[in-house]
Design a binder for this molecule. Structure first.
Ligand code: BG6
Length: 797
């Protein structure tokens, strides 16, 4: 009995296995591939080659094929183009030239061109396929329709296929779609619904050709095969940051109609870089061959992405772009474009694995080199007591530890996986990956190539060839499902909305970009490292019109000017203050910030209090630029404003807060109480050279700044750091930093907002240095930097 049971179980297992094998095997038969847009750029460059590859790999395995190139072009013209393309197809490296010519000829025999336009054309194609299958006594296995056409044509073609060109029962249909799949969440959803009315989700293969790049396709298998080494490392405790980069030297010339719609974010970040981000960040499924498990984990990672805000990105546009758009789209000379051709984005993932790890995504056209890579840089948690010359690359913990998925191009010239020798020796499938031969003198990411275990593919293959083969083998995990696509748009759409009116930084292109596009991050905020050279000013309407733009010399009184709408201006100023704080703390361990009172800075305080988690408050000293002679608890007191809008929301140590001593011995600003001298002493003691890191000033309608008023000589020169002054308006008595101490600061920011300031802003723009008439005109740091922050109301009126 026991044996009979075991026998039954064994039989069942064998049957199941056999059934599994039968199910997994593609039923053989005739396959028609219909390439729509067969004379276009993509088809000529990659798709025909990919189809030839498919033929070479599969034809000997029992399937028969026919390739139908189609387009709207006339039959003669189309045939001519295709004949040329087929002439130039290449064979695998080890194929003898004679054999290659033979294979090309066979493939040519199986390929045709036909014009495909009306539903009748589709019906005729379907009939031809059926007739051929019948005539040759074949069984139809399925049809692949490859859409290499612009997305506006999708719906019409889909309708025609669905109504007139579906294969009969028992044969499959696969439609292959190329991005862009929408321009934002709404349009992507709309397109998905539209296509969903013609095709089943399982019939659709949405291509992201980066998923076919050999190195990208290797990310999950690499993580899987090196689980043991990576398990403890692939997390926030060890990863310093991740960079996902795709730099290009080409520009958008010839494609500006497309590019104007999508920009670099829609063209590259939303798809290629996001897919790579997911492959790095997602939890690794136990079974990689399960498409469902991979997708499930990917969607989980999407859900953990922290929402992007305007401050999460920096954008740029190469200078020649605008002219190219004007020419290609016949726009007038006054036309301006806000489309970014460069973007750097800081992404955070709020889950236990990645909390706090910055993921930097960057791509751009007209940059200094063509290269793509993912770089995972590990934290350096070691100190090496020996001198550097004794460090051994394979052992030293003090050399950088990194894993690089080098997608292609760049110094290395091709795809590779690199792992620092001081991390671990990775395992890669030896049949398809080989060790890279040394290239003396080559350095990558700061280290000689010899510091890495480096592997490259045994046979380099183009992404499209790989993907076409995967479509044929129904490997859906290499394609973008609808859920995946919509999740990506959910993530990117708010950023695109918030950048809609952002003026991208102009860059010259190529090597001349210098450091103009370098950026820095702190907390969730990203900003260019260098101040802008020039600003474009955008008008008040939500839809920008060409006439809304003026190119302003972004200088005011010979110093840099930043001009924007109030909200944007405040965000920018807050970001700049934070950047200055981070830099000062990094270099000197503390940041001395002197703040003015009044109404203009309130919004700034609120912004700093809420949006700047990376601000080093614990190392910041807060000083007052001026104070009214009222008790500190009086609502008129500048300190009170600072307290209400900033101090109570952030953690500044109380001994780092320095209110002005206007209230001593129960008297207000009495000369003999020497409050000004006491404050000056405090400054001299704590602030090196009495040079504040940053002084924030305003400008009054009479040209006063701090509490230095026109026609009153106090505090405009001399040695005093702090002075008592008299204001024309109540409360009249004031305490103020003097002009000399203001001008000693490393940075001075002057914030000017509101239409009321328009007149004085105009006047001051023209006058020389006459602090007695206009104290603000005396502000010019001795060796520091002055930046004006003016909103459009103040600047343009
Ligand atoms: C495409 C983008 O998806 O990828 C192009 O539309 C970009 O703008 C291209 O140039 C880059 O692909 P590759 O394979 O050359 O890195």
């Amino acid at each position: 009995m026991k044996h009979a049971g075991a026998w039954n179980m064994l039989t069942a297992a064998v049957c199941m296995a056999l059934l599994g094998c039968l199910q997994a095997r593609e039923p053989q038969g005739h396959v028609s591939v219909i390439l729509l847009g067969a004379t276009g750029d993509l088809a000529r460059k990659y798709l025909w080659q990919g189809l030839f590859q498919l033929y070479l790999e599969e034809a000997g395995k029992g399937h028969s094929f026919r390739f139908h190139g189609t387009a709207l072009t006339s039959t003669e013209q189309g045939q001519e183009v295709i004949a040329k393309v087929l002439e130039s197809l290449s064979c695998p490296r080890d194929t003898a030239p004679g054999r290659c010519a033979e294979l090309r000829a066979q493939f040519r025999q199986l390929s045709e061109y036909r014009r495909l336009k009306t539903p009748e054309d589709y019906l005729a194609l379907s009939k031809d396929i059926e007739a051929r299958v019948q005539h040759e006594g074949l069984r139809e296995a399925g049809r692949i329709f490859y859409f290499s056409v612009p997305p506006f044509a999708y719906a019409e073609i889909a309708r025609s296929i669905n109504s007139s060109c579906r294969p009969g029962p028992g044969a499959w249909l696969r439609v292959v779609l190329e991005k862009p799949f929408g321009r934002d969440h709404r349009s992507a959803q709309q397109l998905a619904t539209e296509l969903g009315s013609f095709f089943q989700e399982e019939e659709m293969y949405r291509v992201d050709h980066y998923l076919g790049k050999q190195v990208v396709a290797q990310i999950l298998p690499f993580r899987d095969q090196n689980r043991k080494a990576l398990d403890g490392l692939w997390n926030r405790h060890h990863v310093e940051r991740v960079e996902i980069i795709m730099k290009e030297t080409v520009d958008a010339a010839g494609r500006t109609s497309f590019y104007e719609e999508y920009g670099v974010i829609g063209d590259v970040l939303q798809n290629h870089l996001t897919e790579i981000l997911m492959l790095v960040a997602m939890e690794l499924p136990l079974n990689l061959s399960s498409s469902e498990a991979v997708l499930g984990h990917k969607l989980q990672a999407f859900r953990a992405l922290r929402g992007l805000q305007r401050g999460s990105a920096v954008v740029g546009q190469y200078q020649a772009y605008r002219g190219q758009v004007r020419r290609e789209r016949q726009k007038p000379d006054s036309f301006h474009s806000l489309t970014p051709t460069f973007a750097g984005v800081l992404v955070h993932i709020d889950n236990l694995r990645w909390e706090g790890v910055p993921f930097i995504l960057m791509s751009g056209k007209a940059l200094d080199e063509r290269v793509g890579y993912v770089r995972i840089l590990f934290k350096d948690q070691a100190y090496c007591a020996q001198s550097e010359k004794r460090w051994v690359p394979a052992q030293s913990h003090c050399l950088p530890q990194q894993i690089i998925f080098y997608i292609g191009h760049g110094e290395l010239g091709g795809p590779a996986v690199l792992v620092s020798r001081n991390l671990f020796r990775p395992s890669l499938p030896s049949a398809s990956w080989k060790e890279v031969e040394g290239q003396p003198g080559l350095r990558l990411f700061g280290r000689p190539l010899s510091d890495y275990y480096a592997y490259s593919p045994v046979r380099e293959q183009d992404a499209y060839s790989i993907l076409i083969s995967r479509i044929f083998h129904r490997r859906k995990d290499s394609f973008i499902t609808m859920e995946n696509l919509l999740a990506s748009w959910v993530f990117w759409t708010p950023l695109l909305d918030s950048l809609a009116h952002e003026v991208p930084r102009l860059y010259p292109g190529g090597a001349e970009n210098g450091h103009l596009l370098d950026f820095e991050f702190s907390g969730s905020h990203l900003s260019f490292s260098q101040p802008p050279l020039e600003q474009l000013v955008l008008g008040p309407d939500s839809t920008p019109m060409p006439s809304d733009f003026q190119v302003l010399r972004a200088r005011y009184r010979d110093s840099p000017l930043i001009s924007a709408w109030p909200e944007e201006l405040i965000a920018r100023l807050a970001g700049d203050i934070e950047a200055a704080a981070v830099q000062a703390v990094r270099r000197f361990g503390k940041f001395h910030l002197a703040l003015s009172g009044g109404s203009s800075p309130v919004a700034l305080f609120q912004q700093l209090a809420t949006g700047h988690y990376g601000f080093p408050w614990a190392h910041t000293h807060l000083w007052l630029v001026d104070e009214r002679c009222v008790p500190l608890w009086d609502p008129e007191s500048n300190f009170q404003g600072l307290q209400a809008h900033l101090l109570q929301h952030v953690r500044v140590p109380y001994y780092n807060v320095h209110p002005m001593p206007v209230h001593r011995r129960q008297r207000l600003c009495a000369e003999e109480d020497q409050g000004a001298q006491a404050y000056a002493e405090e400054i001299s003691t704590l602030v090196t050279n009495s040079s504040f890191d940053l002084v924030l000033l305003g400008m009054g309608t009479d040209g006063h700044t701090a509490s230095l008023f026109p026609q009153s000589p106090v505090g405009l020169d001399g040695k005093q750091l702090v002075v008592l002054t008299t204001s024309p308006s109540s409360p009249h008595r004031r305490m103020s930093l003097s002009l000399p101490v203001i001008n000693r600061a490393h940075k001075v920011a002057v914030l000017v907002m509101g239409r009321m300031k328009r007149e004085i802003a105009m006047l001051v723009s023209r006058v020389g240095r006459e602090p007695r008439k206009w104290p603000i005109s005396g502000v010019l740091p001795d060796s520091g930097q002055l930046v004006w922050y003016m909103d459009y109301d103040a600047f343009l009126g």
